[in-house]
Write a protein that binds this ligand. Sequence first.
Ligand SMILES: Nc1ncnc2c1ncn2[C@@H]1O[C@H](COP(=O)(O)OP(=O)(O)OP(=O)(O)O)[C@@H](O)[C@H]1O
Length: 151
Amino acid sequence: MSQHISPPPTPNRLPTLVSKERELSWKIASNLLVSFKYAWAGITYSFQTQRNFRIHVAVSAFAIGLSLLLHLRPVEISIIAITSGLVLTLELVNTAIESLVDLTVKQTYHDLAKVAKDCAAGAVLVSALVSLLVAATLLLPPLVALIMTTI
Ligand SMILES: Nc1ncnc2c1ncn2[C@@H]1O[C@H](COP(=O)(O)OP(=O)(O)OP(=O)(O)O)[C@@H](O)[C@H]1O
């Protein structure tokens, strides 16, 4: 049996397609404040259900707190904040992908479900390792210097 493959949308069909896609949404945020409320609900859900997200929040807060305590330069604090933010952002995207995969395949095994989940988890791991390297590079020298002066 041949599989029907739909053609890609032409540019002039795109606006119709986009508006139809939005019609599929169960609910659409009515204003900016409501959008923020839903975004916060996503962050809260991740925090409550994902142990890794809680660990990343704690480590990020610790790294930023330490950089302030050690009087790092504003650009260094910004770099630590950006890399920490990237880890948290990817953790949220990872949670979204996990939910979508579970919604699609339910409790059945699928090779592509495994690829999607493993790659999303891999993205978090890569960002966490880079973030750790950046934090160690910027925080260790002043931390060691402080310890040396106090002993
Ligand atoms: N439906 C599925 N089909 C195939 N493999 C799956 C499926 N669901 C989960 N897996 C495998 O099990 C692993 C763990 O699944 P889980 O849903 O806990 O995701 P996770 O990325 O480990 O979660 P977390 O990031 O919270 O640790 C996935 O990385 C994947 O390899």
